[in-house]
Design a protein around this ligand. Sequence first.
Ligand code: K1U
Ligand code: ZN
Length: 174
Amino acid sequence: MAILNILEYPDPRLRTKAQPVDVVDDELRRLAADMLETMYAAPGIGLAATQVDVHRRMLVADISEEQDTPHIFINPEILERRGTEVMEEGCLSVPGYYESVTRSEWIRVRALNLEGAPFEMELDGLLAVVVQHEMDHLEGKLFVDYLSDLKRQRIRKRIEKGRRQREPATAGAL
Ligand code: K1U
Ligand code: ZN
C-alpha cells in the first residue's frame, strides 16, 4: 500500500469531473486500499479519487474513531434525499479551514462495491455529509464553493501564502 499525494486548493486538477469506473479490477482495488491508507494517515474521514489526481468515480469514508469501518463507493449515485442540515466541514484539500455547509440530512445511495456488485445504503448524520462532500469532489466541486466569494478568496490567498512560505525560493526569485 502507499500514501498518495493529496491535491490542495486552488489546484485546477481539483476541478476535473471524474469519469465512471467501467471495470472493477485489481488496479482499482489497489487504488481503494491506497486511498484508505492516505485518508487514515492524514487523518481524515473521507477521500475522493479526484483529491489524489485520479479522475474516476470512487470515494472512501470511515467516520469510526477506531478507523475500522471503511466504506467504499464506486460510481455512487444519490437516489433519494430528505431534509437539510448544517454541519461544519473540513477538507484535506483545503487544510486548516472548517466552515458550515447545508446538505441533505438523509440520502439513499447506490454504488458498486469492490467486487463490482451494486448495493444501496441509507445514510444520515456525519456519514451522509461526508459522502455528499466526496461526491462533490467527483464533480470538481469543493466545500469552499458554498461560501461567499470574499471568504473563498481569503482562504485561497492564505493557502497560497502558506505554500509560498513553505517552498524554497527559486533561482528566478533570488
Ligand atoms: O477532504 C476530504 O474530503 C476529507 C474530509 C471529509 C469531511 C469532513 C467533515 C465534513 C465533511 C467532509 C476530512 O476528513 S477533513 C478532516 C476531518 O474532518 C477529521 C479528521 C480527523 C478526525 C475527525 C475529522
Ligand atoms: Zn474534501
